[in-house]
Design a protein around this ligand. Sequence first.
Ligand code: TYM
Length: 332
Amino acid sequence: RPRVLSGIQPTSGSFHLGNYLGAVRQWVAQQETHDAFYMVVDLHALTVVQDAEALRANARIAAAQLLAAGLDPERCTVFIQSHVPEHAQLAWVLNCLTGFGEASRMTQFKDKSVKQGADRTTVGLFTYPVLMAADILLYRSDAVPVGGDQRQHLELTRVLAERFNARYGETFTVPDAFIVPETARITDLQDPSVKMSKSASTPKGIVNLLDEPRSSAKKIRSAVTDTDTVIRYDEEKKPGISNLLTIYASLADTTVAELEQRYEGKGYGALKTDLADVLLDWVTPFRDRTREYLDDPGTLNSILAQGAEKARAVAAETLALVYERVGFLTAK
Ligand code: TYM
């Protein structure tokens, strides 16, 4: 079985609809076809200031959501990044292989560092993509299921893998990004020109999966569309309605073409009301399942402990090989 690995940040508790449709949904599908590793990336979360207790709580909430979304610890490995020290260890080696200019060209870094200002931007934010490369290469992943915003980081990961292999001999698998084009970029419900995101979206523009379901349904019903009335997918001219069609098709397991047919001659209101119901029907049990995992810390802890053990077995083997290749002395 080919291997996949991916990660999600435990930022501020709830996942949003973009995280789910762009990434986690694919993770659930790929546990059936791949040797799959999925993690909560708490090391990455530290690149913005975090309250310690909140970070700890959010890592658990993130793990509970992954299970609630359908990841099955019998079928895949679910773990917390900080439980596997090899991630930070490999990141150091890769840091020494990454050009300063190369890292400076990462657009997410550029955007975020401009927003934060030079004095508040940490070196951790700068090397964030290198840590991400370490995450992926440690497991010799064949594919990495992510949303479109991670494409450039995947490109850097491939470059670093090839560079290491060329310098030290075949060691890493050069991974492919696995990006589903239809759901690669779920947009903000109030401003369809930007992606739905924790940092940029207004409360009305983002659907957080753990919010009160009725309030999420309401956000769908008041999503910004256009003054036309025809329900047709057209990203350029009708970005708002196109985003709703994408969300609808994905959640209801149908196609945009089928929806266009179904809603021919009907107004935006009908589509929004139905999509709000579809969302409500999905998100309500999701939220309940998340709550159940959080109410049973024994089970959650043991799933994560088991996940960490399985992950470490793979990670330690790769790191040992890397340490040997780069010329570190063995301790015994
Ligand atoms: P993060 O936590 O920002 O997002 C998790 C996943 O959700 C996807 N995503 C979206 N997809 C579609 N539309 C959107 N509006 C949207 N917003 C977010 C992201 O592309 C991502 O797949 N750097 C990563 C975490 C990471 C990682 C890794 C991923 C760390 N190490 C190793 C893969 C492999 C991140 O910050 O994702």
